[in-house]
Design a protein around this ligand. Structure first.
Ligand SMILES: CC(C)(COP(=O)(O)OP(=O)(O)OC[C@H]1O[C@@H](n2cnc3c(N)ncnc32)[C@H](O)[C@@H]1OP(=O)(O)O)[C@@H](O)C(=O)NCCC(=O)NCCS
Length: 169
């Protein structure tokens, strides 16, 4: 199995918020932003695995501040770590007003993708090598996030989770 660096999975996307993207208050709809986030993170996971991938889960997403009609949305994604058939992808989102120059962090989230074969069965993926200090920190913390999400999804028992045991001790 080959390895890929985090930077090889890095993907960016810029969108202009148009009327059809907004609610009646003129703010970007959360569902539209989630759609953009899902697509960019899927591309990251495909770059990492060179496989068909499906979204398995999305971790807690918070919409910190409204993004207005006419503003620019910048999304940046990268794979933080690969496990057996699954990959964790982080996406960061910024909103930018090109008239005022105001640029602010809107949100970030972790998506988990699973590489599948033509029949939809999970298949092993390339491993990910972190290079920068930030990538190494995200790589190391990915194990705890994985255990937590699998616990919440009822796919892991608390007694099998080292992170959970550490939290409670
Ligand atoms: C995701 C999916 C392929 C997992 O299939 P499964 O038969 O349950 O697979 P397994 O139990 O063998 O798990 C396979 C991997 O998925 C991961 N996984 C499964 N459910 C998960 C969840 N809720 N959150 C995070 N990871 C999950 C497992 O941890 C495992 O990862 P690993 O191989 O790296 O250890 C399957 O549930 C599926 O096809 N779901 C629908 C996906 C979909 O339609 N998405 C939206 C459109 S793309």
């Amino acid at each position: 199995m080959a390895t890929k660096t985090v930077s090889e999975t890095f993907t960016t996307r810029t969108e202009l918020v148009l009327p059809n993207d907004t609610n009646t208050l003129g703010n970007l709809m959360g569902g539209r932003l989630m759609h953009w986030m899902d697509i960019i993170t899927a591309i990251c996971a495909q770059k990492a695995s060179n496989r068909i991938v499906v979204t398995a889960s999305v971790d807690f997403v918070e919409f910190k501040s409204a993004i207005k009609l006419g503003e620019i949305v910048v999304l940046e994604g990268k794979v933080t770590r690969a496990f057996t058939s699954s990959m964790e992808v982080r996406v960061d989102v910024w909103a930018e007003n090109l008239q005022t120059g105001d640029k602010r962090k809107s949100n970030s989230a972790y998506f988990t993708f699973v590489a599948v074969d033509q029949n939809g069965n999970p298949i092993p993926v390339n491993q990910i090598t972190p290079e920068t200090d930030e990538d190494k920190e995200l790589y190391n913390s990915a194990q705890s996030r994985r255990e937590l999400r699998l616990l919440l999804a009822g796919r892991m028992k608390a007694e099998d989770s080292d992170s959970w045991k550490k939290l409670l001790s």
